[in-house]
Design a protein around this ligand. Sequence first.
Ligand SMILES: [Mn+2]
Length: 441
Amino acid sequence: MGARKTVIEGYKNHVAELQRRWERALRAEGYDAVLIHAGSKLASFLDDYEYPFRCNPHLLWWAPLTSQHDSALLIRPGKRPKLFYYQPDDYWYLPPADPASWWADEFEVLPVRDADAWKQAGINHRTACIGDAASLAEAVDAAQLNPQRLLNRIHLERTRKTPYEIACMAEAARLGAIAHTAAEQAFREGSSEYDIHQRYCMAIELVDAELPYGNIVALNDHGAVLHYQAHEQETPAESRSFLIDAGATVHGYACDITRTYSARDGEFADLITAMDTMQRKLCTAVVEGLDYRDLHLRAHADIATILKDFDIIRTSPEDAVASGLSAVFYPHGLGHFLGLQTHDVAGLIADADGTPIPRPDGHPFLRLTRTLEEGNVLTIEPGLYFIEPLLRQWRETGDVAAINWEKVDSLAPYGGIRIEDNMLVTGGEPRNLTREAFASL
Ligand SMILES: [Mn+2]
């Protein structure tokens, strides 16, 4: 039996809730209806090779149509959502299966053989259309295509997950934990990055195109490349350390998990332990009403303290944060919203106008600046790395004596550390979907 299972709990209520949310948004923005298009397949230049299909997340929000290109959904207040379900007569590719009743029962499903069938949906100027321009622009006016205020409103709605969405994400976390455990095992056996990646996918029976993002599988100093994308086939002479940032999806919902391991005891292993203790504390702070920017800044202070404790830097933690030295070792944001997109929508806006909530000065990569609300799912992923170009830059333009270069040289072969969990904001204590999942294995 496979590792995967179908999540259906709460789905009916989820659809009813989306109907209410969309009706509110349409009324507020003066539309009678919305058509949401899945998107079409995209071929590479001068070729008939198609990129892996990624469905419009707004359609995935309604139904698990992860591979159903050219389907479209019409939402109208007070009416059952109408799904133009594209099922071509095709012998080059396998057409989509017949709709499964657990989700299809919530829709008026219209199986169609023609990819343009949705154009007969009775679209007028009071119908908003949501989807990629290549699929829609020919058929609808620019004014009704992806209206920004409507999108902002809906993106804000998407930050409050329904019980069905939380169940999908908890299941994605469970798959992620299974696969991460298999990958750690492969690392301990001395496998190459490529083999570790294969073991990861095999453990949960996913192919690359089903992953929410390209797996980051980094041995040794590769861990210092934040989005390291190679899968080196060669096994290194010595596997000292392993950073893996890899996810899984369930009905389009992602988990996004990072773990770092040391092959043996020693200073790098101690550094991982210190980072892990700190990361767990940050996770417990994820409560309603928290300004996420404050937590990001607290993470900088915490990491600067660890840098000082391990004699990697020689200034006070306060000075390290103020001077930008902590950002040499920790140059990314603390985390982001998570959902149908790995970096989920509306992390940086306050309202339907799209009023930006600014990032703190000197922190250009933070992807989440909002005050947290019940139902938010987000990541907590502090990191500490030995990144050659950033260290070189500091050596050339910063206070050289602030860094213990000998220590840096001894730790650089280990790359870096990132530990990432997926957190759900509740009315009370936060839920750590990732640690729950590892604990359940
Ligand atoms: Mn992440």
